[in-house]
Ligand binder design. Structure first.
Ligand code: NAD
Length: 698
């Protein structure tokens, strides 16, 4: 941002309009803060200026701090954000913030430091710092309660979620809410003139917080955070800081807020969340493809197969406003698929997420078809039929025959060889994998699988489409299981070994769930269907006979026929209509009998050992995946695990977590596990990349 000559507006040309101008999001890095401070000082000094309007250039007020500065000294370099805000708030002339687009984080804190605020009705206001494991550190936790009241401030600061100006209208936070952006500046200038004439400079810091039953509200917020997000210290500290707005004088409370900010920014949780924030953005870039690679237009799509995944994928496309032709093998299956999609929308409507009009508009974009000829004109087709090579290759040949040149042929296969599938068509360059996760319209992760022949523009187009669908895409190369499932297989193998050595399914699940995973391996298998894992293991054993699995998960199917939640019995029992996992005496007994029959000694296994063995199984396979180039970078693996496999955000993903532990320690533990007489010795052989990085860390 360049220092600007003062621009004067208003009837008497007495209002200085200062723009926050650091594209693309007007972030408040050091250079921008410096320029703003200089402009404000100039306006303070200029005799002809009565008041000041602060407005964002381009599409928004400001998205806040420059997050890249966080781990660098620049963030505290003078003028830091608090100094800039103090310069405005304590300055001799009124400053009006004119807010459009969004005022987030430090951007909102800056606006809170102004003497008045005018906003367009749809502007988004938020203090989202908590999502990075932090709290607003430039007075946000003190000024927002004073301007918006305790209830709203607690809600906004602890959730990090935005509110629109329309929702905040009527609180002292906003002096005026206007409908149209083109009158924002004139409205702000008029207000500034009025304030200038009367010498009004109301300061948020001089107000007291309005709150009814403050103690009860704080206690309820603490109870909720302890129950729902016990591993997020930032949420607790947000409440503590807001409480300080009630208990302490303003300056003392600011100091308290800053102390909490420093404490949180050094926490492993915040480091992990910041790692994932950047990792997600990095995942979109593909190292070997030029940035100017052209993107193919995607105006229409088709989905083949309207089962669990096909219905969800179609819904994703519809949600993004893309017309979808849905093709099935039979009328009955097609009707079922359309009914599934309709039901999903009805559920969203019943929960108030969409209204009738929107639901109708989306369903109108859906065309059910039975004939491939109808797909000839679409820009992309995503296949989600049965996971059998012969079935899929026939589908691909039919598609190859009718699709227009330049159309993209994508498959949702979980583990079939996409290169082989591509070779069954005459256009292997247009074939790509789009591996959605179930439920496809909900889960954020999308593994984009590039085949040997996949063309660069096809890959770039699908990455762009993923973004449009609101997915977080991670690029993988073709291999069995791609990134996520290839790693989960080693994790599940290890979980089976733990049962042989003395753990119960409930103990294993509890240990990793306490570590923070959304679901332990056995609850997860029950949800996915234990028969699916069984089929994968059988195929694996045929292909790689040397690969050693515990037989216990096989017996769950072969002798007990416990397929999981869908039949009400798997590793656990389930009551009708409930997903609550109830430990099963039958399963525990089967495990005990198995150990007896195979002379296996059961021992007490600590929760710590369980977590290490399962997480390090992921880590070691993660490094193998990097070694053979299946994933582009370690941070992509973290993104996949955090967005698709319930790995806790606050641990940053398995690869980041291992770095935090220290790879030497990880290797030392792996060596101990390898010496276990019951272990498969091949399991814990460290990946080359893991050894190399540990060496580099030393
Ligand atoms: P599904 O059995 O629920 O649905 C498959 C659908 O394909 C059925 O409706 C079937 O009628 C239809 N179909 C079969 N042959 C067809 C043909 N020749 N032409 C048109 N339609 C045909 O299966 P699903 O769980 O939705 O899985 C679909 C694909 O997605 C598989 O490749 C699977 O590996 C993959 N996948 C599944 C999951 C999951 O969790 N279920 C996750 C990721 C990927």
């Amino acid at each position: 941002m360049q220092e600007q000559a003062l621009k004067l507006e208003g009837r008497r040309a007495s209002i200085a309009v200062i723009r926050i101008d650091s594209p693309p999001v007007n972030s408040l890095g050091h250079a921008t803060r410096t320029a703003l401070a200089e402009s404000i000082q100039a306006a303070h000094a200029a005799k002809e200026v009565d008041a000041i309007v602060l407005i964002g250039a381009g599409k928004l007020f400001s998205a806040g701090a420059d997050i890249r500065e966080f781990d660098r000294p620049e963030v505290w370099k003078s003028p830091d954000l608090s100094e800039l805000i103090a310069l405005i708030e304590r300055g001799p002339k009124p400053v009006v913030a004119a807010i459009h687009g969004m005022a987030m984080g430090g951007g909102l804190e800056l606006a809170l430091g102004c003497h008045a605020r005018v906003a367009t009705h749809n502007a988004l206001l938020a203090l989202p710092e908590v999502k990075l494991g932090l709290l607003p550190g430039a007075g946000g936790t003190q000024r927002l309660p004073r301007l918006a009241g305790l209830t709203r401030a607690l809600d906004m600061i602890v959730s990090g979620e935005p509110q629109t100006a329309a929702e905040l209208q009527g609180t002292p936070l906003l002096d005026q809410v206007i409908e149209h952006e083109d009158v924002l500046l004139p409205a702000a200038v008029a207000l500034a003139e009025q304030m200038g004439e009367h010498g009004e400079r109301p300061m948020a810091s001089a107000r007291t917080v309005t709150a009814e039953n403050a103690d009860l509200q704080l206690a309820a917020a603490r109870e909720q955070v302890a129950r729902r997000t016990p591993r997020e210290p930032a949420k607790r500290r947000c409440i503590d800081a807001v409480e300080a707005s009630l208990l302490l004088p303003f300056e003392a409370a600011l100091e308290r807020e800053l102390a909490y900010f420093h404490e949180l920014s050094a926490s492993s949780e915040s480091r992990a969340l910041r790692h994932l924030f950047f990792a997600e953005r990095t995942a979109a870039s593909i190292s070997d493809i030029p940035k100017d690679t052209p993107v193919r237009p995607i105006h229409s799509a088709a989905v083949v197969g309207a089962g669990t995944m096909g219905a969800g994928i179609a819904q994703c496309l519809l949600d993004a406003g893309i017309p979808v032709k849905l093709l099935e093998a039979s009328r009955a299956a097609l009707d079922r698929g359309v009914a599934t999609i309709t039901r999903q929308y009805q559920r969203a409507r019943d929960k108030g997420r969409i209204d009738d009009a929107r639901m109708a508009a989306r369903l109108k974009l859906l065309t059910p078809v039975l004939d491939y000829a109808a797909l000839g004109d679409v820009d992309i087709v995503i296949e989600a039929v049965f996971e059998q090579f012969d079935v899929k290759s026939k589908v691909f040949q039919s598609l190859d025959a009718v699709m227009k040149p330049g159309a993209i042929l994508a498959t949702n296969t979980s583990m079939l060889d996409i290169n082989r599938l591509a070779a069954t068509t005459g256009r292997a360059g247009d074939v790509i994998g789009t591996h959605f996760f179930s439920p496809a319209h909900v889960m954020r992760l999308l593994e984009v699988v590039r085949g040997e022949q996949t063309r660069a523009d096809v890959l770039v187009t699908v990455m762009r489409l993923a973004k449009k669908l609101g997915k977080t895409a991670v690029v993988a190369r073709v291999c069995d299981g791609f990134i996520g499932n290839r790693m989960i297989e080693q994790y599940l193998r290890q979980a089976g070994f733990l049962l042989e050595e003395g753990a119960t399914p409930a103990q294993v699940d509890r240990a990793v769930e306490q570590f923070g995973l959304a679901m332990g391996p056995f609850r997860m298998s029950d949800m996915a269907g234990n028969d699916i894992g069984y089929d994968i293991r059988k195929r694996r054993s045929r292909e790689t006979p040397s690969l050693f699995y515990s037989r216990i998960p096989d017996l769950l199917i072969e002798t007990l026929n416990r397929k999981g939640q869908k039949v009400g019995r798997g590793w656990y029992d389930y009551q009708e209509g409930s997903y609550q996992a109830i430990p099963s005496a039958e399963v525990d007994d089967m495990i005990v009998q198995f150990r007896k029959a195979h002379n296996l000694q059961a021992r007490q296994i600590s929760d710590e050992e369980i977590v290490k063995r399962l997480v390090y199984a992921l880590v070691n396979e993660g490094y193998r995946i990097l070694d053979d180039g299946t994933a582009q970078r370690a941070s992509d693996i973290d993104v996949a695990y955090a967005t698709g496999y319930g790995f806790p955000d606050t641990r940053g993903g398995p690869m980041f977590y291992a770095d935090e532990v220290g790879l030497d320690k990880v290797l030392a533990d792996m060596a101990v596990f390898a010496r276990n007489p019951q272990a498969d010795p091949a399991f814990w052989v460290p990946a080359a990349g893991l050894l190399a990085r540990a060496e580099a860390q030393r």
